[in-house]
Write a protein that binds this ligand. Sequence first.
Ligand SMILES: Nc1ncnc2c1ncn2[C@@H]1O[C@H](COP(=O)(O)OP(=O)(O)OP(=O)(O)O)[C@@H](O)[C@H]1O
Length: 623
Amino acid sequence: MSKQNRTVVRPKYLSDGEVKREGGYNKTIYQTLHMAYKPFLGRIGLCIGLGVLGRGLLLANTNVIGYWVDTLVGKPSPLTGMDSKQIIILLMSMVLTGFAMTLVFRVGFSRLSAKAISSFYDEVTLRTSRLPMSFFDNTPAGRIITRFSSDYGNIFRLFGGPLAEFLAIIFDLVMMVILITIANPLFLIFVLFIAALNYLIYKLNQAKLRQARRELSASRSPSIAHFAETTQGASTIRSFRRQASFTERFESLDRYYLSQRLYTTRQILSFSFQMNSLSAFLLLITGVSSYFMVEKGWASIGSVGVAFTFIALSGNTVQMFFEWLTQFEEAMIGVERLDQYMRMELEQGSLLPASSQFSTGHATYTPTLEKYLNHRRLTEERCASVEIKDLWFRYREDLPWVLKNLNLEIKAGERLGIVGRTGSGKSSLIQALFYLYPIDKGHIAINGHQPKLQESAQGVDLNLYRQSIAFISQEPILFQGTLRSNLDIDNSLTEEKLTAVLRQVGLLDWVLTQPQGLDMRIEERGKNLSLGERQLLCMARCLLQQSPIVIMDEATSSVDPQSEEILVRATEEFFSDRTQIIIAHRLSTLAKCDRILWLQSGEVVALGPTAEILPRFKKTELV
Ligand SMILES: Nc1ncnc2c1ncn2[C@@H]1O[C@H](COP(=O)(O)OP(=O)(O)OP(=O)(O)O)[C@@H](O)[C@H]1O
């Protein structure tokens, strides 16, 4: 397909923005593969040794048969003096030993390689889950999914097993060169000539093939991203009857992907055709030359038989080698794309767990520190104070400030309500409290502790800091799994404790009516539960977390009056000994707050006792 043709298919609203690399691979991928295979190098070396020997024994049969032919026509050979029975036994033993060695190599190598490449996947996951929030804001989910599914699929399809096949082909080629040379060194010239021509054809195609595969990988994610977005918004799309435009967009993106696939397939076919033609041509030359070599007495019939068999076989093997090489390239492009995620800078203050094996320059916990932190809390008190000092906050350097010079102290055990019109910065203040985005100016501290965001800075561990805040968000977040796993994330709580908390939030009767009780299945994002049930479950999870600070972001906006009452009670009773920060659109929920913070365009309009600020806010904003 011509370049022009391919541009026509490209959809006009392809907005995925995948970065397409050109030229050679990123050098870091070799380091990455080395780190993945390092723990297995000894055993892999042993498997490879067995593989080479095994293939050698299987192929050397041809040489033994060649010597046998020479013996039969009366020429001296290494087998002179052996009878047919002994030669057959020798051949059989070589085949059986070679077969057993090849089997051990294939099975052993494939298992080790699969383990090595899975460790790479784990390491990428460890780092990707710790990337800054801005990465997730700016990267469509489909693009991330493609890297972890399609790209990783390409890697595993080769490194997870068939790489042994590819290596076996390489062993065959090496052994063939050795065995041809043993049969008659003159044939080495043919072998080198064949190898050079094959290499030339490969080089002529390599850049085009590599680029086609890269483009193919990059063209997959826009349609997957669009698909994911469509399934998430299916009910909205139906209610606005926008199915047609979504389908059209999907088809357009999919056509783009298919055109890339077609283009790549054509490149591979053209390459295969060139290799096939070359093999046929070379076989003809070798056949004719061998005839003249025997005629001139430069080679025995047996050695010509051996060399001709190998050269005919090597034509196929070389072709297979280059076909595998293109698959290898596809896998390497996958490694390159995942490696890119693995090398990204982590969120400020985030450290890799001590179990991380790859050294990529990211800060990592020591096992002692990790163990120590597992049993630590920021404070053993039931509540904690929050200090916000000269805080300026924005989501990215190129975006405007959303919180401007905020100064505020929330006392331990205080209940603070936050009000403000939509877009005034209420939720952003919560993001800032968690340090989810870098804070360039000012700081926030809990009980006087700021998180340690740089290695050289002072402060407490970021996770320890975050654990001291529990959050009930606008949209209750539940995960696929059981009810129990959603409440007890690290599986450390007793049944009694879980039941007691469910009773507190008024959900126990409902749970008991479920056939599987606490083990009932929760679907993706809790979509098999009502919004109110989801919110109450999040409330229960929050209670179990026992954090000294509890944040509720519009927690009462979408539950029925009865559930709202439970939530209001929960705020007043269950969390009464905690520091509470409440953002509620129903101002009745805020009536029991000690103080109200009134925000407008990211600035403080007023901060004071509820009885004073709430009526002022109502008068100004709700008239
Ligand atoms: N992830 C983000 N990236 C960039 N800008 C954002 C992001 N989230 C919010 N903003 C911007 O920050 C400003 C404050 O938004 P915020 O969500 O804090 O308002 P809010 O007071 O909580 O509004 P609401 O009551 O509607 O939830 C808005 O202008 C919004 O566009």
